[in-house]
Write a protein that binds this ligand. Structure first.
Ligand SMILES: Cc1cc2nc3c(=O)[nH]c(=O)nc-3n(C[C@H](O)[C@H](O)[C@H](O)COP(=O)(O)O)c2cc1C
Length: 412
């Protein structure tokens, strides 16, 4: 399944004030912080199947992400103790569906909190059992996925396909909330609708209302339809209208958050209480540091070559612990390609990461492009980390020619 990893032409966003001013004014919603201590800023790292494992989360947190969501975990995977995904779903190829393995999504130590474990399933009794197991694993939040666009398997709806079946979706909402101890917050990930028909818009409203009536603390709404998958611009006006109609509810927004500026633009333009950072943080943990910089009234600056090197080495090391030495080379290649865009010689670095298979080759690319000589060369060329602007981001994307084809999987 191909997933665009770069923005398509984005419409202009109607803002009430300069984005720097919004950043200085906004804070984490006190209802969120009261429920989830430590979730102290109005943005977080989204669930990203194939990406947001423990390694990516720890790197994000080190850069200021206050909260992270695991990859979507299938209830049956949890019930089977993390095994048997292929047995249950022989026609599902992991790389297509991209749902997480349990071990890769355990909170990796005290540094990996607060965290939401995300669950997805088809039947109320199974998802209840899976949620109970997840709740016993120390996640602060259990997030129900009603957003994944991956198509139905053997006529069993799951994820976003429930948006076309509101009664069944509400049964899942109830089952999860009833199974999870009251001390643990439940939340839900939604899309703005299944498709653009009035019938499906009505179905969304029913599910959205039911979530809050059942006691869900917040919803994260991806402002594309399930049919739209990941293509085309997200409809921020939908979020603006939803928040305006439900000022008493905590709503987080998702869709087209590509740079730190988009975090605060979305808050201003839509009135959401928090922003889910998804494709915008792949190979870019600095987006979280930049968001905190902007909240403190400072300009958001990109990473130096030394900072890029440290993160690339650290992310690789963490991945080796989680995935093992053999699988890490391939797993990290897709990150390297995205990290390359921060480098002054982005296209060259990207090409080298694409050829990377082993840890030795990875170390070679790091030495060649991020070592002392490379730093000196960049300084000689007059390169220095730049303040993030729309123009600097567009230029970096163009330099890196970052259209890197299909992602491993996409579940929300
Ligand atoms: C590769 C990929 C994997 C994803 N996996 C998940 C997931 O496991 N759980 C989830 O809730 N959303 C998942 N999503 C959806 C994102 O969290 C987010 O809602 C979506 O990408 C829209 O935001 P963006 O346009 O800023 O990227 C995934 C998206 C992508 C691109």
């Amino acid at each position: 399944m191909g997933v665009e990893l770069e923005p398509s032409a984005l419409p202009p966003r109607a803002l009430s004030r300069p984005v720097e001013e919004t950043a200085r004014l906004v804070r984490a919603d006190p209802r969120v912080t009261a429920l989830v201590p430590g979730f102290d800023a109005p943005f977080f790292q989204a669930g990203l199947a194939g990406y947001s494992d423990g390694a990516m989360r720890l790197v994000a947190r080190a850069h200021g992400a206050p909260f992270c969501v695991t990859e979507a975990l299938l209830d049956r995977t949890l019930i089977n103790g993390g095994k048997g995904r292929r047995k249950e779903d022989p026609d599902l190829i992991a790389s297509e569906v991209g749902m997480g393995d349990l071990d890769e999504n355990r909170a990796v130590g005290l540094d990996d909190h607060p965290i939401a474990g995300q669950i997805m399933g088809s039947e109320p009794d199974e998802i209840a059992r899976g949620s109970e197991i997840l709740a016993g694993m120390g996640y602060e939040v259990i997030d129900l996925n009603l957003a994944c666009p991956v198509k139905k398997i053997r006529r069993r709806a799951r994820g976003g396909h429930f948006l076309a079946h509101p009664d069944a979706a509400i049964d899942l909402l109830r089952a999860v909330r009833a199974a999870v101890p009251a001390s643990i917050a439940c939340t839900v990930k939604l899309r703005r609708s299944y498709d653009d028909t009035p019938e499906m818009a009505h179905a969304f409203e029913r599910i959205f209302d039911a979530a809050y009536e059942c006691g869900y603390a917040w919803s994260t709404v991806h402002c594309r339809t399930v049919e739209q998958r990941y293509a085309g611009p997200g409809r921020w006006e939908f979020l603006r209208d939803l928040c305006a109609r439900h000022r008493d509810r905590v709503v987080f927004g998702s869709g087209d958050v590509w740079t730190v500026l988009d975090i605060f633009r979305m808050m201003d333009a839509c009135g959401v209480q928090g922003v889910s950072v998804a494709r915008g943080c792949i190979g870019n943990p600095w987006i979280f540091r930049q968001a905190r910089e902007m909240m403190a009234g400072r300009p958001p600056v990109g990473p130096s070559i030394a900072e890029q090197r440290d993160v690339l080495l650290q992310h690789y090391r963490f991945s080796e612990v989680i995935h093992g030495a053999r699988r890490t080379g391939r797993h990290m290649r897709k990150f390297g390609i995205k990290f390359a865009r921060h480098h002054p010689r982005a296209a060259e670095v990207k090409a080298d990461f694409i050829r990377c298979e082993t840890s030795e080759e990875w170390a070679g690319v790091i030495e060649r492009h991020y070592g002392a000589l490379a730093e000196a060369r960049a300084a000689n060329d007059g390169w220095a980390p730049a303040v993030v602007t729309d123009a600097s981001t567009a230029a970096a994307m163009e330099d890196a020619d970052t259209d890197c084809g299909p992602a491993d999987g996409a579940c929300g």
